[in-house]
Design a protein around this ligand. Structure first.
Ligand code: ATP
Ligand code: MG
Length: 272
């Protein structure tokens, strides 16, 4: 027979002692897990994993051919044959409510080469909106997004002119304005200031910082000084692999990987 006395259970303090509030965990803005992609039988992205917070700037850097543009295209389902798991605000992009078109409205992608429609500057701004919304959009709203894209002052007197009359740098900013008109919840930008002069570059950087206060902004750049200025999180890729990611200050002052140090010193990487 067991003669040991049962230890008295501790009194239930739950009702008397205030419990610390349990904070609900915020979903990362983006979570990429084990992303791999082959194109034409060649491995282009290899087992990439990282996550981005639900707001703030992250910069994607790496040598030409590293797979930066391809990665952005996967996030927007422009490439679909990848393996792995992609979640935006906790939602699997392959099971996105409303399908691919809804995903692309929520996740704005500004491509490396500006792609405009054969219509006017103003019509290009509202092109992505539905037919009804396009008719209802106000001149103030068009002005607002063109200002955010640092283009308003250059086009305010010629909104009905063909968008093809703009310079390449202006076309790139028009693409940014078009993405913003859709009120995205996340922005992916592929070298958005590559063809811009220093003044326009500065305006775009200011806009990116403002947008990043409300949403995750992932920006590809080859401009290391710009990457340092924009700060946030750095993701360094080479040969389809993620080599190192982390806080911008740490990455630029104390890169952990030899490939990162080499890239920062010589702008090349031998990892392939
Ligand atoms: N549709 C495709 N079919 C086959 N290979 C492709 C395709 N698209 C891209 N690639 C290859 O994938 C690799 C990564 O290309 P990607 O455009 O993503 O590089 P990147 O890092 O954006 O380079 P850059 O800095 O020059 O823009 C390159 O070797 C490219 O040739
Ligand atoms: Mg590219």
């Amino acid at each position: 027979m067991n003669t040991q006395k049962k230890a008295a259970s501790p009194p239930d303090m739950r009702s008397t002692v205030p419990q610390p509030a349990i904070k609900p965990e915020r979903e990362p803005g983006l979570k990429v897990s084990g992303l791999s992609l082959e194109l034409g039988d060649a491995p282009i992205l290899r087992d990439i994993s990282f996550s981005l917070p639900d707001r703030g700037i992250s910069i994607l850097i790496g040598p030409s051919g590293a797979g930066k543009s391809t990665l952005l295209r996967c996030l927007n389902l422009l490439h679909q044959s990848w393996q792995g798991d992609l979640r935006i605000m906790g939602q699997d992009v392959r099971a996105w409510t409303g399908g691919e078109d809804a995903l692309r409205r929520t996740v704005g992608l500004i491509a490396q080469k500006p792609a405009l429609f054969p219509c006017s500057i103003a019509q290009n701004v509202v092109f992505g909106l539905g037919k009804k919304a396009r008719k209802q959009v106000s001149g103030e709203r068009i002005e607002q997004v063109l200002r955010q894209a640092a283009l308003w002052d250059e086009v305010k007197g010629r909104l009905s002119e063909a968008a093809s009359t703009l310079s390449v740098g202006q076309q790139q900013r028009l693409c940014i304005a078009r993405a913003l008109a859709l009120e995205p919840a996340m922005l992916l930008l592929d070298e958005p200031t590559a063809s811009l002069d220093p003044r326009s570059k500065q305006c775009i950087e200011t806009s990116l910082r403002q947008m990043a206060e409300q949403m995750p902004v992932l920006c590809v750049t080859h401009d290391i000084e710009q990457a340092k200025r924009l700060g946030g999180q750095i993701i360094f890729m080479c040969d389809g692999r993620l080599i190192e990611s982390g806080d911008s200050d740490d990455f630029f002052t104390r890169p952990e990987r030899i490939e990162s140090r080499e890239f920062l010193r010589w702008s090349v990487c031998d990892c392939g």
